[in-house]
Ligand binder design. Structure first.
Ligand code: ARG
Length: 226
């Protein structure tokens, strides 16, 4: 299959959705961020080249399943449903879904989202959790940033999205804030094709080394300043 043959050729193909700072985003023609750096460090440890391809978030798991890519690193939350389709490495980050609102919004906690218009990125856990909101009117966007733009324009009442990109988007757009109470706690991991234990084990060994050596924390600190 594709995954094995590209691995044998000395190159690992990673897919991501580079609309998710600080984990993956465009910097001129490059895709940079925590996931890009972690993937590069893992590939280095495996003695392999890394190629990163950008695509829609909801195409990532299918790309891994079909063998078009060896793995996806995309700030992807581990959940039971996805585990049916891909195998996840050990987790490398704690995360959360948070709620962004306009300053002065009447939405002050997750419970206030009932009956409101919620912006999310298609196929994300934010999308899934927003589905649980009573009478919620979910508006799906290709990019998290587009959901945030809709919020600034008053087209949605709130955005449910991961905490770190939320911090970046709120910083870039005046008049927005993140509610103190998170919606969910989650964990990120890399996903490989189901049954590709050889790659999974190599990646887990590399992740462990990166954790133990402090290299992983260094990568995080490069992109997230307290
Ligand atoms: N953590 C969320 C999820 O897994 C959002 C990830 C979005 N990642 C991205 N690269 N756009 O659904």
């Amino acid at each position: 299959a594709g995954a094995e043959s590209s691995a044998a050729g000395g190159k690992l193909v990673m897919v991501t959705n580079a609309e998710f700072p600080p984990y993956e985003y465009h910097d001129n023609n490059d895709i940079v961020g925590i996931d890009a750096d972690i993937a590069k460090a893992i590939a280095d440890k495996m003695g392999m080249e890394l190629e990163i391809q950008d695509m829609a978030f909801d195409s990532l798991i299918p790309a891994v399943q079909s063998g078009k890519a060896d793995f996806t690193a995309a700030g992807m939350t581990v959940n039971e449903d996805r585990k049916k389709n891909v195998d996840f490495t050990d987790t490398y980050a704690q995360a959360a879904q948070v709620i962004i609102v306009k300053d002065g919004s009447e939405i002050k906690a997750p419970a206030d989202l009932d009956g409101k218009k919620i912006g999310v990125q298609t196929g994300t856990t934010g999308d899934i959790y927003a589905g649980d909101i009573k009478d919620g009117n979910i508006q799906r966007f290709n990019k998290g940033m587009e959901a945030v733009m809709a919020l600034t324009q008053g087209k949605v009442d709130a955005v449910v999205i991961d905490r770190e990109p939320a911090k970046v988007f709120v910083k870039e757009n005046a008049g927005l804030k993140i509610l103190d109470e998170a919606f969910t706690e989650e964990e990120y991991a890399i996903a490989v094709k189901k049954g590709n234990t050889e790659l999974l084990e190599k990646m887990n060994a590399a992740i462990k080394e990166l954790k133990d050596s402090g290299e992983l924390q260094k990568i995080v600190d490069k992109y997230i300043t307290a």
